[in-house]
Structure formats: structure tokens, C-alpha cells
Design a protein around this ligand. Structure first.
Ligand SMILES: NC(=O)c1ccc[n+]([C@@H]2O[C@H](COP(=O)([O-])OP(=O)(O)OC[C@H]3O[C@@H](n4cnc5c(N)ncnc54)[C@H](OP(=O)(O)O)[C@@H]3O)[C@@H](O)[C@H]2O)c1
Length: 125
């Protein structure tokens, strides 16, 4: 059997990373192994992943710039959610303005407004 590629999941004990980790572990013939990275390998979610076959590894809080320097030899793909927040925190979190949003998109609706207009199109049964 060919060696499985390793998917290293940062945030594996959380909601998003946990879903990904469990999906990898639930598919043992899918060709991928799960390396679950956590700052606390003994907490319950980390133990649960280990019990399902994950290789649980302790995260030593490496800064983003240090990560970049690693180069990740042998890695096929790398997704970095934290970088978006680090590099674009102001745009993503700090500068949200409903007035600016309405100026850019005059047809903006709240969910309630959209729902009132569209609920008859949504089959509930
Ligand atoms: N939940 C959603 O619906 C959703 C949707 C789209 C995008 N997102 C994004 O996906 C990311 C994760 O969201 P989530 O809901 O899964 O969050 P979460 O449940 O709070 O999990 C985040 C995980 O990241 C790890 N973590 C937190 N701070 C860290 C740090 N400084 N260094 C390294 N690891 C750290 C924690 O693991 P340890 O404590 O084990 O280290 C934690 O389990 C966020 O950027 C979020 O905005 C979430």
C-alpha cells in the first residue's frame, strides 16, 4: 500500500479543524493520514482525535513569519486561515461599517428583509 499523505490540521480541536480531522480519520482508505496540531494534547478533544487514529502533535506557538521560513518540504498544499486575520485584521474585523456597505451596495437587505420577500419560494416540506 502506498504511503498516505499527511494532512496537518491546525486548530484540529476546534469546530472547523475538528470536522476536517474527523472526516480524514473516518476515511482510512482515502489516502490521507491526519496530524492534529493542538496547544494542549491532553485535553479531551485532542484525546478523542488520538483515539480515532490521529497523530496528535503539540503546537509550540510559532509566529506566522517563522512558519513562512520553514518552507514545509514535502507539503503538497497549505491553507492558513490565521494569516488572513493577521494581515487583513483591519479590513476583516475592524472596519466593518454598515453605512459603507450600504453605500457600496444600495440593494443590501437584512436577512429578515430577504426572508420576507423570498419565504414563499422556499419549500418547507
Ligand atoms: N465555525 C465556523 O462556522 C467558521 C466558518 C468559517 C470560518 N471559520 C474560521 O475558522 C477558524 C477556526 O474557527 P473555529 O470555529 O473552528 O474555532 P474554534 O472552535 O475556536 O477552534 C479554533 C482552534 O484553533 C486553535 N487555536 C486557537 N488559537 C490558536 C493559536 N493562537 N495558535 C494555534 N492554534 C490556536 C485551538 O486549538 P488548541 O486550543 O487545541 O490549540 C482551537 O481548537 C477561525 O479563523 C474562524 O473564523 C469558522
Amino acid at each position: 500500500m502506498a504511503a498516505r499523505k499527511v494532512i496537518a490540521v491546525v486548530g484540529a480541536t476546534g469546530a472547523q479543524g475538528g470536522g476536517l480531522a474527523r472526516a480524514i480519520l473516518a476515511d482510512p482508505n482515502g489516502g490521507f493520514a491526519c496530524r492534529a496540531i493542538t496547544r494542549d494534547p491532553v485535553k479531551d478533544p485532542a484525546r478523542a482525535l488520538a483515539g480515532k487514529g490521529a497523530d496528535v502533535v503539540k503546537d509550540h506557538a510559532v509566529e506566522a513569519d517563522v512558519y513562512r521560513g520553514f518552507g514545509f518540504p514535502g507539503v503538497d498544499e497549505l491553507g492558513n486561515m490565521f494569516q488572513v486575520y493577521r494581515d487583513f485584521e483591519k479590513e476583516v474585523l475592524g472596519a466593518r461599517s454598515i453605512d459603507l456597505t450600504r453605500a457600496l451596495n444600495p440593494s443590501l437587505q437584512t436577512f429578515d428583509e430577504w426572508h420576507a420577500r423570498n419565504k414563499s419560494k422556499i419549500p418547507l416540506e
